[in-house]
Design a protein around this ligand. Structure first.
Ligand SMILES: [Zn+2]
Length: 269
């Protein structure tokens, strides 16, 4: 599933090619994605001002509003030429200046595209989202204040999109390892200084993933149809029963909220 770093990497990959371009048309081969795709005629001729990311949504700001794109479980975006032959999972092409096209490929069809008139921040998919993990608003103080009086496991708090967006399972596991905090620890009992370390760890882990994604995306944009995957080295995720890289202890596994959770019983307290 595309996680925040992949979406941010995609944003950086497509923005230089479509920012400032005019939408000249589109090919909508399969409108039945997670929600029905409806692209109004008025989009034709509108210019893309910039491409932003909010949580795992890509926001194409255009003259009258925005296109809000989500990659779902299996979606990817690729730059191609108008008229390039389409495969069976190439559901939508957005065409720019009659030359280049942004193609959404999505075998499982959990992705989505919405047109929103006006300020995209008020769209129903966007307005209830928590803070961005790479924004200054995401801090130890934020995690500390939202967790007071709560017994929920800290890992689940970290994965709650109303608290902070885009911290998927892999990144929650890795951030907790880096901060030395046990995933099952009651969120309300963790002091401010440890939350400061956790917030910093989340940022470091996500930035590393974005930096590494940047190298795979160049291949992915230039070649046709091939997806880039992150080769980020993981300390705990997927390593249950193996020795901790830092101390050699055997890593333990458990399930929290149905998600695989791995931690070092020695390094994480
Ligand atoms: Zn360890």
């Amino acid at each position: 599933m595309p996680e925040l770093p992949e979406v941010e990497t995609t944003r950086r990959g497509i923005e230089p090619s479509i920012s400032g371009r005019r939408i000249s048309g589109w090919q909508l081969r399969q409108p039945r994605l997670r929600w029905p795709v409806e692209l109004p005629d008025r989009l034709r001729g509108e210019r893309v001002h910039r491409v932003l990311r909010r949580a795992k949504y890509l926001i194409l700001e255009i003259d009258s509003g925005a296109l809000i794109v989500h990659l779902g479980m299996s979606g990817s975006l690729q730059l191609t030429n108008v008229g390039a032959p389409a495969g069976r999972h190439d559901h939508v092409d957005l065409e720019f200046d009659g030359r280049r096209a942004l193609r959404l490929t999505d075998p499982r069809r959990f992705g989505s595209i919405h047109y929103h008139e006006g300020d995209w921040r008020t769209h129903w998919l966007i307005r209830g989202l928590g803070v961005e993990p790479l924004d200054a608003a995401f801090s130890g103080a934020h995690l500390h204040s939202v967790s007071r009086g709560r017994r929920v496991a800290v890992k689940l708090l970290l994965m709650d999109a109303a608290v902070v967006v885009g911290v998927g399972n892999i990144y929650a596991n890795e951030s907790l390892f880096r901060a030395g905090i046990r995933p099952r620890h009651a969120a309300g009992r963790i002091p401010l200084d440890r939350y400061a370390a956790l917030a910093e760890s989340v940022r470091v882990v996500l930035r590393e993933a974005i930096d590494q994604g940047g190298t795979t995306l160049r291949d992915f944009v230039d070649e046709s149809g091939r997806r880039g995957y992150f080769s980020q080295s993981l300390n705990v995720y997927g390593r249950e029963g193996l020795p901790c890289y830092r101390c050699g202890s055997v890593l333990k596994g458990l399930r929290l909220g149905q998600r695989a959770t791995v931690y070092c019983p020695n390094c994480q307290r």
